[in-house]
Design a protein around this ligand. Structure first.
Ligand code: KG4
Ligand code: ZN
Length: 337
């Protein structure tokens, strides 16, 4: 069975082809235009998807050596995400489904992230924990088996990527902030500024990053422009360190609480080198298996949507043309497609 996957939930236009669960191609266009606005502008994102989707689908098909006529089914993200951007992918998929007279399946974007790890590690066994750290989410999921997910941690306010982005803006750096902070943290002293791991009332596992953003704001307010510039390495290193330490702390606690010693990490923040370095140094020696999918599968991509959709189709599921884009779709609703 050949499945075409389509993903347009935010600012990545992506298409992928899988044959019998094997990934053949994955083509993604990241919209760089948003960097000048300090964040994703929904209207611009929708237009850009509309302009690019045809080319991206054609590229994915051509890289897979198959044509539209060979496709047996389409898997497409229908939430969560931005309403307008979701509609571009969903309506495109519905159009293809009608035109080619083949079924389509709506896929929950978060389920895609949970399965991204299996693209490179098909042997990664159940149960496992998945930490999803992106610009919109910071969560830990317990995955007992395919289709059985339980969220054990969430952020109470900002996501980890958002903390990087907002902190970067306060320090005068560009969007997206994560890579900028990582670059400027090189050679800086991570202990120079005493930021502390945020505690969350009533939960050992939940996250909170808004206090950290306030801390960097007040620290910078007490400094002149040139002081910020001359302390930029130390500021970035200290800020990055506390975010990374928070994530590591929650990995340890989640393992302790669930007794599950297998972790996969997904989302843009998984690209952070300091995070990966500390996982290697601190987490893995405690006999905790941690897997970082390769970067193109960590950030938004259609490969993970195609794989998740393939599993659902194998399960006998398809969607009807009535399927709506659901911006705040939760993973618990995954069975109601
Ligand atoms: O998963 P993603 O590409 O998009 C969604 O948010 O869905 O994640 C983007 C987020 C941004 O907040 C960005 O600042 C952060 O991931 N990010 C990083 C790094 N690369 C991207 N954060 C820390 N270090 C990085 N190297
Ligand atoms: Zn995502």
């Amino acid at each position: 069975m050949i499945v075409l996957g389509i993903e347009t939930s935010c600012d990545e236009t992506s298409a992928a082809v899988v044959r019998d669960g094997m990934l053949l191609s994955n083509v993604t266009n990241t919209q760089v235009i948003h960097s000048q606005y300090g964040g994703v502008v929904p209207e611009i994102a929708s237009r850009s998807h509309e302009e690019n989707i045809q080319t991206i689908v054609e590229s994915a098909l051509s890289a897979s050596k198959y044509s539209l006529m060979d496709i047996d089914a389409i898997a497409v993200t229908y939430g969560p995400g931005l309403f307008g951007t979701l509609l571009v992918g969903l309506n495109y998929a519905k159009g293809l489904s009608i035109g080619l007279d083949i079924p389509f399946i709506g896929v929950n974007h978060m389920e895609g992230h949970l399965f991204a790890n299996l693209l490179d590690n098909p042997e990664f066994s159940y149960p496992f924990l998945c930490m999803l750290v992106s610009g919109g989410h910071t969560q830990i999921w317990e995955v007992q088996q395919y289709g059985s997910y339980h969220r054990i941690a969430n952020t109470r306010d900002d996501a980890a990527g958002e903390a990087f982005d907002k902190g970067a803006r306060i320090m005068g750096l560009r969007y997206p902030g994560g890579p900028e902070i990582e670059k400027n943290a090189m050679g800086g002293n991570p202990k120079a500024f005493p930021f502390t791991i945020p505690r969350v009332r009533g939960s050992e596992l939940d996250f909170s990053f808004s206090g950290l953003k306030t801390a960097i704001l007040y620290t910078c307010k007490k400094m002149t422009e040139s002081e910020i510039q001359s302390n930029l390495n130390d500021l970035c290193a200290s800020y990055q360190e506390v975010i990374v330490d928070t994530l590591i702390d929650r990995i340890h606690k989640a393992v302790e609480i669930t007794g599950i010693r297998r972790f996969s990490v997904a989302g843009g923040v998984a690209a952070n080198k300091r995070f990966r370095e500390k996982v290697d140094k601190i987490v893995k020696p405690r006999s905790i298996e941690v897997s970082f999918p390769r970067m193109e599968y960590c950030t938004d991509n259609a490969a993970m949507i195609a794989i998740a959709g393939y599993e659902r189709i194998l399960n006998g599921e398809t969607s009807s043309l009535n399927l709506k884009a659901i911006p705040n779709l939760s993973l618990d609703e995954v069975h109601s497609v």
